[in-house]
Ligand binder design. Structure first.
Ligand code: DAT
Ligand code: MG
Length: 140
């Protein structure tokens, strides 16, 4: 066990639904500490850079289109085993398969519009956190 930081995004579908506050409260209630937060809108090109690992996937273009379709909320959360535990709190990629009480079950629409993103490994967190936040924007 170690204290980790992970990047989370509230995707355009969840921002459109107006559930940003509920999602933030949900993660806070699980005991994590919010150390960075901003609302922004990605260009399609920026979305493509963020999801570069998926560039060969058939859904890549649709994913980049969706992720640049409206504002998102980017956050850094800190806590014990934050990377793995926040993935658990989010639930499965497809909201229909996500467990009851998970963020994707509660707020997701379909496999593409699934409300939230969370880093899936230490390596991805190390790429994704500085993608959105400078050192000065992360509160120690
Ligand atoms: P996750 O977001 O659970 O880490 P992933 O990394 O496999 O899932 O995929 C990234 C995002 O791409 C996912 O949140 C939604 C979209 N996506 C994945 N599989 C898809 C599919 N079969 N059809 C449409 N969009 C998909
Ligand atoms: Mg992923």
């Amino acid at each position: 066990m170690s204290v980790e930081r992970t990047l989370m995004l509230i995707k355009p579908d969840a921002v459109k639904k107006g559930v940003e506050g509920k999602i933030i409260a949900h993660v806070q209630e699980k005991g994590f500490k919010l150390v960075a937060l901003k609302k922004l809108k990605l260009t399609k090109e920026q979305a493509g850079q963020f999801y570069y690992v998926h560039r060969e996937r058939p859904f890549y273009d649709e994913l980049c289109e969706f992720m640049s379709s409206g504002p998102i909320v980017a956050m850094v959360w800190e806590g014990e085993n934050a990377i793995e535990r926040i993935r658990e709190i989010m639930g499965a990629t497809n909201p229909e398969e996500a467990e009851e009480g998970t963020l994707r079950k509660l707020y997701g629409t379909n496999i593409g519009e699934n409300a939230v993103h969370g880093s899936d490994s230490k390596e991805s967190a190390e790429f994704e956190i500085p993608f959105f936040f400078s050192r000065l924007e992360i509160v120690e």
